[in-house]
Design a protein around this ligand. Structure first.
Ligand code: FAD
Length: 383
């Protein structure tokens, strides 16, 4: 009998747990650890922001995994000893034979002085609810969507947020007296996906009168004056700041010696997602994979999902000696929801050399319907 431990019940962790359960007999134990009681589908958070989804509609209790034969431990993992195959969760020690690390990326707004005092973020569920309420009362004025750190998850999200905020304000009849602007560190939207993608997103923003300011690196927020101060010395005021806060690796990883402080997890093979520790794999947002083009593989659920699937196949093959091995091939896709029933869609091979080969189609209703269907499928399939 083997024991497979999975840290994190997000996009990568739930897929890994489900796929391992399907491949391994009941004599093998699969244990999923999460500090949260619920899986939260982050790809639906912007619909929570616009009021199209209730927050509970995009969550599922992780305890539901128990019905499938996956043991779920609701505790925070705070230490891992890969030498002996043991992790500590909520003060209790657990032995494992195989370990999948899928703890995602944490938000760290406190890394920018003043940011959490003035900004709302749709990057967590409570933040999306608070922003929905703020937008429903917004009398008109200047809204700044601010990318306050790199890398961040879902490279399309700040642009989708701006487009969907435009839609909310139009529905409420206050768009004419409002300005919306995106300020970002990036040289163009979604730089890793190439110029064609960047130009397509820029025209979606321009068509909705959303201003775009690239290469603006934030230094601090002057909470009293409600001013965003950039490293260039430029200062920008806003009536409502919508931020993508800096992200970081959950601290237990560096505390356990799995990564240097301030760094991300790394893998020894970006197709197998193996780490330099025996029988330890790492997937999803917690991992930094440098592409040949010099930029990191984006942090996105679609990649966490496919990496989880490859890792589950490989662990199952190692335990049972049966089944074809799997590899993550770098393919991914994303919808760019633009408010109302319309979305753009891009897809491609991020492992292509010398640079990712990504194509984007024109926004249409069908893309939006496909994203809605995907949301339903996801919440049904894994729970
Ligand atoms: C607004 C928004 C929109 C997005 N839209 C899309 C989209 O359209 N398409 C797409 O592909 N991606 C999208 N993403 C990105 C996607 O949600 C993430 O890339 C994906 O969830 C990453 O999966 P993960 O398993 O690595 O991490 P997560 O899904 O973040 O899961 C990590 C889990 O680990 C748990 N955890 C962390 N630390 C500990 C600990 N110490 N002990 C126990 N548990 C711990 C957390 O509670 C969490 O449940 C979006 C993200 C946001 C914020």
């Amino acid at each position: 009998m083997s024991n497979v431990a999975i840290v994190g019940g997000g996009a990568g962790g739930v897929v890994a747990a489900n796929m391992l359960r399907r491949r391994l007999g009941a004599e093998h134990e699969i244990v999923l650890f999460d500090r949260d009681t619920h899986h939260r589908l982050q790809a639906s958070f912007l619909w929570v922001m616009t009021g199209k989804r209730a927050p509970e509609a995009v969550c599922r209790p992780l305890s539901r995994l128990e019905h499938k034969g996956i043991r779920y431990v609701n505790a925070s993992v705070d230490g891992i000893d890969t030498e002996v195959g043991r992790l500590t969760a909520g003060g209790v020690q657990h032995r494992y034979d195989y370990l999948v690390l899928a703890p995602g990326a944490e938000l760290a707004p406190q890394a920018i002085p003043g940011l959490s005092d003035v900004s709302h973020t749709p990057f967590d569920l409570d933040g999306a609810v608070a922003l929905r309420d703020a937008l429903s009362r917004f009398p008109g004025g200047r809204i700044v969507v601010l990318v306050a750190g790199m890398p961040y998850k879902c490279p399309a999200a700040p642009y989708e947020a701006a487009l969907q905020i435009d839609w909310v304000l139009r529905q409420r009849g206050v768009r004419a007296q409002s300005e919306i602007a995106v300020y970002t560190w990036e040289p163009q939207p979604m730089p890793v996906a190439g110029k064609e993608m960047g130009d397509a997103v820029r025209s979606m923003l321009a068509a909705r009168r959303v201003d775009f300011f690239p290469q603006m690196k934030i230094a601090e927020v002057d909470a009293e004056g409600r001013e965003i101060v950039f490293e260039s010395g430029d200062r920008v005021t806003a009536d409502l700041v919508v931020s993508v806060p800096p992200h970081r690796l959950p601290r237990f990883c560096s505390d356990s010696g799995l990564a240097e402080p301030g760094a991300w997890l790394s893998v020894t093979d970006s197709r197998l997602m193996t780490t330099d520790r025996e029988r330890v794999w790492a997937i999803g947002d917690a991992v930094m994979i440098k592409l040949p083009v010099g930029l990191p593989l984006p942090k996105a659920g679609v990649f966490a999902h496919h990496q989880a699937s490859a890792v589950a196949r490989n662990i199952a093959a190692e335990i049972t000696g049966k089944g074809a091995p799997g590899a993550f091939d770098g393919h991914g896709m994303c919808w760019i929801e633009s408010g109302g029933p319309v979305a753009g869609y891009g897809s491609g091979d991020f492992y292509a050399e010398p640079r990712p080969d990504v194509k984007i189609g024109r926004p249409n209703r069908l893309n939006h319907i496909n994203k809605v269907m995907f949301e339903r499928w996801w919440l049904w399939r894994w729970f």
